[in-house]
Design a binder for this molecule. Structure first.
Ligand code: CA2
Length: 149
């Protein structure tokens, strides 16, 4: 049987991961995060499409493209989570299980990071677990796909 597709989306500046601010985000690079996701996908018997963009419009388009193509979405919207109603609207419209990931614990940081628009479209939110949060998010989406057929 064909493996379900889970799209893993990453927002602005996450291409800098491992290159700056290791005290907040750790030393792993975005390539390391992709490898971790690929390993989790093997274990879970799903296919992933892993992407990063600095553009809000591109992120919205990628969410729209998931309709009819993907079975679920894992998204680290980065700063757009805190600002983008457009991204929220796209995630609500796509009607797929969504898990939001933040590597840092956004609730222990500045007040403007405590709220995310994306959370309103997410079945669950994982924050503060570093890059391992992505593997937990993939597990959660894979479970939802299996439970809901
Ligand atoms: O903790 C997370 O995963 C965040 O989504 C990361 C975002 C931040 O705006 C969110 O509040 C929480 C920032 C991504 C930028 O990552 C960088 C990594 C290294 C150097 C510079 C930026």
């Amino acid at each position: 049987m064909k493996r379900p597709l889970i799209v893993v989306l990453n927002g602005p500046n996450l291409n800098m991961l491992g290159l700056r601010q290791p005290e907040i985000y750790g030393e792993a690079t975005l390539d390391d995060v992709e490898q971790l996701c690929l390993q989790a996908a093997e274990r879970l018997d799903v296919t992933i499409d892993f992407r990063q963009t600095n553009g809000e419009g591109e992120l919205v388009s990628w969410v729209q493209e998931c309709r009819g193509r993907a079975s679920g979405i894992v998204i680290n919207p980065a700063a757009y989570g805190h600002t983008s109603v457009a991204l929220l609207d796209a995630l609500l419209a796509v009607e797929l299980p969504v898990i939001e990931v933040h590597m840092s614990n956004i609730h222990r940081r500045e007040a403007f990071r405590h709220h995310t628009y994306v959370s309103q479209a997410a079945r669950g939110v994982i924050c503060g677990l570093g890059i391992r949060g992505y593997a937990h998010a993939l597990q959660a989406v894979a479970d939802m796909i299996e439970d809901e057929g």
